[in-house]
Write a protein that binds this ligand. Structure first.
Ligand code: FCB
Length: 466
């Protein structure tokens, strides 16, 4: 009998299915630091964070949580948590600095070391190939609005999977292509900071294509038991009222926020209404024969990142907007209720809505929550404790929503808490703390927050206690 079998059934009132994956998630630029070490060259985030006014406080990822030098310490934290899986991303400019040509061995070695140590600790590695750190040279050559970037990404996927393929259980091609395309090239709040509706739509298409080409490369190199996936930040979009105009606003955001990826990837087509809505911006002639077929190469699961819902009404949004083709028809309404330090509403119902929608729209596609979590203004008190009851409440409510969705028939296989560590939160720099482990950035000291103890208990019980 194992320790798990010995647990009384009653210790968890909301028990998750046997084999449910419990993880934490991070991303390379947000934690690694070592920005100029071992051959790594600048990514678009290194460049962008140096432009005055783009990142709060002028923060950069130069040092971040210094994870590059603290891998063993951070894996030990995960062992204490008892996670079954760890989702991390691979920095493209670390393994293929210019985005072209052969790999840098030291870059590959870093990830091989990480993966080997995870495996030795009994933690399943889940690798994301792109979490927003495009090599700057590829941006200089046109970036994601250029088709060639998708081709380069396919080659990079081949290099990395050839080197690590036998050791990484799950490969995710892209993280949140919506953010990368529309915040990066639409409203410019993320790197590379461009503000062009056309560039954002071209980027979105090239992300779909890059995903499909990467899937092809991965499949040709990986052992059959490896899983291939994609992570989307799907919008749980709701109308403000039941008016026809608000319903149309909802449809528009669903098209340019969700179906712009879901339809090509799962059905090999572009949403007709999206093409109509965006006609003032583009005729989509950059989509070539065979592209949508390539984008729809079958995958093994869909990753979903969820933080809060999106409420919309008929109206218009200020420029520059990330909502190409919808900005003159939709206004965004703050959802009611409590807020996190990001000013994001706390609303677990949105996650339930998303999961049950995907149960209906994508039957047979296993789902994984690849990110969920919250930022609060955490600090270590004089006793050294970091008390974060709001985060615990947020996590508990969202896990309960996942449990309810599973009971309602959604095939959810795992949950990755964002994030293991406090880190570089993109345009917010270090001002927002999402970790369940507190990082003192002056000393790099790590401290379990109360939420980390709570999550370890959830994992040990296999669910939530009452
Ligand atoms: C997601 C990103 C992740 C993190 C969280 C808070 O959009 O994928 O890197 O910044 O938001």
């Amino acid at each position: 009998m194992t320790a798990l079998d010995a647990r009384p059934e009653t210790t968890a009132t909301l028990r998750f299915p046997a084999g449910f994956r419990w993880g934490t998630a991070t991303a390379a630029y947000q934690i690694e630091g070592a920005a100029a070490e071992d051959g790594r060259t600048p990514s678009i985030w290194d460049t962008f964070s140096r432009i005055p006014g783009k990142v709060r406080n002028g923060d950069t990822g130069d040092i971040a949580a210094d994870h590059y030098h603290r891998v063993s310490e951070d894996i030990a934290l995960m062992k204490r948590l008892g996670v079954t899986d760890y989702r991390f991303s691979i920095a493209w400019p670390r393994v293929q600095p210019t985005g072209r040509g052969p790999a840098v061995q030291k870059g590959l070695d870093f990830y091989r070391g990480l993966v080997d140590e995870l495996l030795a600790s009994g933690i399943r590695p889940v690798a994301t190939l792109y979490h927003w750190d495009l090599p700057q040279e590829l941006e200089d050559a046109g970036g994601w609005p250029q088709r060639e970037t998708a081709q380069r990404f396919g080659e990079y996927a081949g290099i990395v999977s050839g080197a690590l393929g036998d050791r990484v259980a799950t490969w995710t091609t892209l993280n949140e292509p919506w953010c990368a395309a529309f915040l990066g090239y639409g409203n410019g709040v993320h790197a590379p900071g461009r503000t062009s509706p056309l560039a954002s739509l071209r980027a979105a298409h090239h992300f779909n294509l890059a995903h499909g080409w990467a899937v092809r490369e991965l499949r040709s190199r990986l052992p059959a038991q490896c899983e291939v996936s994609l992570t989307l930040n799907l919008h749980a979009v709701r109308p403000l009222s039941d008016s026809a105009a608000d319903a149309d606003a909802t449809r528009r955001i669903d098209a340019v926020g969700n179906r712009i990826f879901l339809d090509p990837v799962f059905h090999g087509r572009l949403p007709e209404d999206l093409v109509r809505d965006t006609a003032p911006v583009t005729d989509w002639s950059f989509v070539r024969d065979g592209d949508l077929e390539a984008a729809s190469a079958p995958i093994d699961s869909l990753g979903i990142n969820y933080y809060s819902p999106t409420v919309v009404a008929a109206g218009s949004s200020p420029a520059p907007s990330p909502w190409a083709g919808a900005e003159e028809h939709v206004r965004f309404v703050p959802a009611p209720g409590p807020r996190t330090a990001m000013d994001w509403p706390v609303d677990a119902e949105g996650l339930y809505e998303l999961l049950t929608r995907l149960r209906d729209d994508l039957p047979g596609v296993p789902l994984v929550i690849t990110e969920n979590g919250a930022a609060y203004d955490d600090y270590a008190d004089p006793s050294g404790a970091v008390k974060d009851p709001e985060r615990v409440a947020y996590l508990r409510a969202h896990l309960a929503a996942v449990h309810r969705a599973i009971e309602a028939g959604a095939d959810v296989r795992g949950y990755f808490l964002w994030s293991l560590l406090d880190n570089f939160e993109w345009a917010y720099g270090y001002s927002k703390r999402f970790g369940i482990v507190h990082v003192d950035f002056a000393t790099q000291r790590r401290t379990f927050k109360d939420s980390a103890h709570w999550y370890a208990d959830v994992i040990a019980r296999g669910g939530l206690s009452s």
